[in-house]
Design a protein around this ligand. Structure first.
Ligand SMILES: CC(=O)SCCNC(=O)CCNC(=O)[C@H](O)C(C)(C)COP(=O)(O)OP(=O)(O)OC[C@H]1O[C@@H](n2cnc3c(N)ncnc32)[C@H](O)[C@@H]1OP(=O)(O)O
Length: 424
């Protein structure tokens, strides 16, 4: 068996696309929000793309944004993956390039022969050659990607709230206004709103190419979830400062009727956030709101008279991070305190001089480490979404200097949990 790993040519694009989850089908452990209530798996392909659609899609496939690698076994295309070029927002606000591993699949008849391992080597080499010191992915299964150095760094909640349980603690007078708009208007608002959000939200990711195109097009999804409804909030000057997308899915079972399924909600300030939820939680003819891919520290819970009304249905890891260059990564973010620690990462010692203004990280060979860890734990810690003390107590981080793990936590402590609503 001869295995060759290389980028595809334009002439191989259709064959490559056929093995990606988009075309080959992808049993999904976390279906789209509306699918929980309509009972169908709302992940593409709901219907197989036609040959013409595939050709159209492949025409624009090979770009600087989408960097595929494929595995050929004895000349036959048997596996594929890609790096998408995105940016990640770090503590301190810097938006740095990140290689996003995506669209990975190996044909079922070629699995467990090391094709992913070899493709991953090529993908991560590509990131290093381009100077990307971070790679990220969202994992189809939790046991696969740790071996390559990826650790879960952001998390999401799925929750629901019954309309009758949702009362706000305090009355609210909106200084701005809400507007239901069509898809074209929403498509004009979301890109700017998302740019404003990702400038201030640690963990947020730049949008994929064409991310907003579908909003203007509208159309009915084949899963019975009904049309998207677009809600915009404008501040007192009329500038958009929040938006939500929701659906009112049809349900065959009366027990599932009356659901408002939230697809997205972003707000730049507490007024917009309160106004959007105020309308969505008290929407006539609905019984409950279900929301997926929400931040793990959703402020809404604390705005309700009964914080238990917001029922957590699921926590899910979202972005997995791989630190490809420890020195550059540790210098690229800012820290919540001023301190110096020696971290041994995969056997290499680094002295980190960290402060709210920034940091210096220098090689410290032979210097006794305060804390030892691997790049996998560092990936999880990097944005502040997991505490070092959790890893210490799980036996995954070793503390050589008493109190060093608490000091590391004090450095990495985030204002808000890192969160990315954008996927790639
Ligand atoms: C980032 C994303 O794109 S997520 C989407 C991932 N895609 C899918 O899940 C689609 C369905 N699955 C597949 O196509 C394949 O099984 C893949 C891509 C997950 C793995 O491809 P393979 O070529 O079979 O993996 P490969 O043989 O290189 O295995 C590499 C290692 O991962 C392990 N591994 C592979 N798949 C799994 C799995 N599902 N669960 C646990 N371990 C796994 C292997 O045992 C091997 O371990 P080792 O290095 O200790 O020997």
């Amino acid at each position: 068996m001869t295995i060759e790993i290389r980028p595809i040519t334009q002439g191989e694009a259709v064959e490559y696309m056929r093995l990606t989850p988009w075309v080959s089908g992808f049993p999904q452990e976390e279906p789209e929000p509306v699918a929980w209530y309509t009972g169908r798996a709302a992940y593409p392909p709901l219907v197989q793309p036609t040959a013409e659609q595939l050709e159209q899609y492949c025409a624009g496939l090979l770009t600087d944004w989408y960097r595929p690698q494929a595995a050929f076994v004895d000349g036959k295309l048997a596996g594929g993956s890609a790096i998408v070029s995105v940016e990640l927002t770090l503590p301190g606000g810097q938006q740095v390039p990140m290689g996003g591993v995506s669209w990975t699949a190996v044909l079922p008849t070629y699995r467990r022969r090391g094709l992913l391992r070899q493709m991953m080597g090529a993908l991560l080499d590509d990131c290093r050659e381009r100077g990307e010191f971070l790679a990220g992915l969202s994992a189809s299964e939790g046991a696969i990607y740790g071996r390559y150095g990826f650790g879960p760094a952001t998390f999401q909640h799925r929750w629901e709230v019954r309309r009758t349980d949702a009362a706000f603690r305090t009355p609210f007078t909106d200084p701005g206004r809400l507007e239901l708009v069509d898809g074209a208007t929403a498509a004009a608002v979301w890109p700017t709103l998302h740019e404003q959000i990702r400038a201030i939200r640690v963990g947020e990711i730049s949008p994929s190419a064409g991310r907003w195109a579908g909003l203007a097009a509208g159309g009915l999804p084949a899963d019975g979830s009904g049309p998207a409804h677009h809600l915009i909030h404008r501040d007192a000057t009329g500038a958009p400062d929040g938006a939500a997308i929701f659906r009112l899915p049809w349900a065959p079972d009366p027990a599932d009727a009356g659901v408002l399924a939230l697809a997205s909600l972003e707000a730049l300030n507490p007024d917009a956030y309160r106004a959007l939820w105020g309308l969505l939680l008290d929407f006539d003819l609905t019984k409950r709101v279900v929301a997926a891919r929400r931040p793990v520290d959703e402020p809404l819970r604390w705005m309700l008279t009964n914080p238990r009304a917001l029922k957590l249905a699921r926590t899910r890891d979202n972005l997995w991070l791989n630190i490809l260059d420890v020195q550059r990564a540790l210098e690229a973010r800012t820290y919540a305190a001023t301190d110096a620690l020696v971290l041994e990462v995969d056997g290499v010692s680094w002295r980190l001089d960290a402060a709210p203004e920034g940091a210096a990280c220098t090689a410290a060979p032979g210097v006794p480490a305060d804390v030892s860890l691997t790049v996998q734990e560092l990936g999880s810690l990097y944005l502040g979404g997991v505490r070092a003390s959790e890893f210490r107590d799980a036996g995954r981080i070793r503390e050589h200097t008493s109190g060093a793990v608490s000091r590391l936590d004090a450095l990495l402590r985030p204002d808000r949990a890192p969160h990315n609503a954008m996927a790639f």
